[in-house]
Design a binder for this molecule. Structure first.
Ligand SMILES: Cc1ncc(COP(=O)(O)O)c(C=O)c1O
Length: 475
């Protein structure tokens, strides 16, 4: 079987693939949000032998149609409320296909894809009020954006010696501060960077789940007294549990006083600045910022983004230019600002969709998600069987199914099982989290398809599953 396709074959198969996706889009409303992969199909996929024989392209597309597309993660649906996974903007899907066809490595150099990435980074810098000469990079997602930012922090706070000596020249262990609500990827970053999880302080939060400033100051003082070296506050602009935004201006002031690096993880909430700029005051003072266009900019995964105010420091942290990469260098290469050498053309989808929707359009879409969350919170307040636990300023709501007569100690288990039933039955998809040692239902709306009616379906599905559970368990 030749690897190459004739232009006619390529066109025919491509049209067929687009038809398959368009059919899914057309059926979206009537399909379950997610349905379990049947056990025999799972076995077949997991144990498929190494393909020694050839299979023709049409058969492969047919298999994708029958075995893969009907079992999505569910985030294209209007009733997907789990984690922070948005549906992809359909034009972004088309841009992704075109980017794959263009197949540039955006390590750098004089070709169109490089300039497109610079263009979208410049747009984003403007939206976040960052200096136009700050360093920036697209990457796979929020986790990697946070790692890159914190690697620059470590390099700077080690006085530039980290690359040569690692931690060998350091006199005192570095300490990084986040809140108890900081994302788990910050732990991964701190571990990977050799700082160590014991030196990532989880500062308590106030009743709005924002970092408690007095507790932070006390911890910094205690760490200094113990001979440790506070180096960074990793703040959240939209925590994953409740969407809380840490008090960024107060944190920036502490960073100035204590010579700490201010990093802001805005992977989920950062883009909320378009709709609610007043909540983000101080974010423009950050030394580094992680955002995640595959969340609230509705990019197809993967698309993360990192900015570092001091471009030179970002380049200093990562730049290695081996002899075979010394040509074609009018501008610094993106590969000098991060981990990857060969880099995909992630910028095309952003460049296309940001123009298609426009910033005013994005502002409306994000505001709509926030408004829908407020509507959900109001429905919960007025529903006898639910209690509201956390109503953040952005688009996350946490609540419990807590009908009268159920003992408090049964609620964790009831809510956990309830979610599993709703997930399985497919009317909606949501997950739980833990807040104040209680299991709560968590609904995150980053979804241009969700409507008020979807919220009613969600609450009805939860209440119905809850009633059935209470009866079968004789609670
Ligand atoms: C606040 C926050 N930070 C970081 C991440 C990690 O981003 P990613 O999953 O794109 O790596 C997430 C993901 O939900 C998040 O909500």
């Amino acid at each position: 079987m030749p690897i190459d396709l004739s232009p006619e074959e390529f066109r025919r198969l491509g049209y067929r693939a687009v038809d398959m996706l368009a059919d899914r889009l057309a059926q979206l409303h009537d399909l379950p949000v997610r349905r379990p992969v049947p056990p025999d199909l799972r076995e077949k996929i997991l144990h498929q032998p190494v393909p020694e024989d050839v299979t023709d392209a049409d058969t492969l597309l047919t298999t994708i149609q029958s075995d893969i597309l009907p079992y999505p993660m569910g985030n294209a649906s209007s009733r997907f409320f789990a984690w922070v996974n948005s549906p992809p903007a359909p034009l972004g899907i088309i841009a992704e296909l075109l980017a794959a066809g263009h197949n540039a490595s955006v390590a750098g150099g004089d070709h169109a894809a490089t300039y497109i990435e610079h263009a979208v980074l410049n747009w984003l810098k403007t939206l976040f009020h960052l200096p136009s000469d700050s360093g920036g990079l697209l990457c796979s997602g929020g986790s990697v954006a946070n790692i890159i930012a914190l690697a620059v922090m470590r390099h700077v706070q080690a006085g530039g010696n980290m690359r040569a000596h690692g931690f060998n020249g350091e006199s005192a262990p570095m300490v990084v501060y986040t809140s108890t609500q900081g994302h788990s990827c910050l732990q991964k970053a701190i571990e990977l960077l050799g700082i160590g999880n014991d030196y990532l302080r989880r500062i308590p939060v106030n009743d709005r789940y924002e970092m408690d400033i007095a507790a932070l100051q006390a911890q910094i003082a205690a760490d200094k007294a113990a001979g440790l070296r506070p180096v960074c506050i990793a703040a959240s602009a939209g925590t994953v549990n409740t969407g809380a935004i840490d008090p960024l201006n107060a944190l920036a002031d502490i960073c100035e006083q204590e010579n700490l690096w201010l990093h802001v993880d805005g992977a989920y909430g950062g883009m909320g600045i378009l709709a609610r700029p007043e909540l983000y005051s101080g974010m423009e003072r950050a030394d580094s910022l992680a955002i995640d266009p595959h969340k609230w900019l509705y990019m197809p995964v993967e698309c993360g983004c990192v900015f570092v105010r001091d471009e030179a420091k970002m380049r200093e942290t990562f730049s290695v230019i081996p002899p075979y990469l010394r040509d074609d260098r009018d501008m610094p290469w993106f590969s000098e600002y991060g981990i990857q050498q060969t880099r995909g053309f992630k910028a095309l989808k952003l460049w296309v969709v940001m123009q298609q929707i426009g910033i005013e359009g994005y502002r409306d879409l994000i505001q709509r998600d926030i408004d829908l969350s407020k509507t959900l919170q109001s429905k919960i307040r007025h529903h006898p069987d639910f209690e509201l636990t956390a109503a953040g300023e952005l688009s996350i709501t946490c609540f419990r199914y807590a009908p009268a007569g159920i003992a408090a100690e049964q609620l964790d288990e009831l809510n956990r099982e309830l979610v599993l039933i709703v997930q399985r039955e497919g009317q909606a998809f949501l997950t739980t989290t833990i807040l104040n040692n209680q299991r709560v239902l968590r609904v995150c709306i980053v979804n241009f398809r969700t409507t008020d009616a979807d919220l009613d379906i969600l609450l009805a599905a939860l209440a119905d599953a809850g009633q059935r559970l209470i009866i079968t368990r004789s609670m």
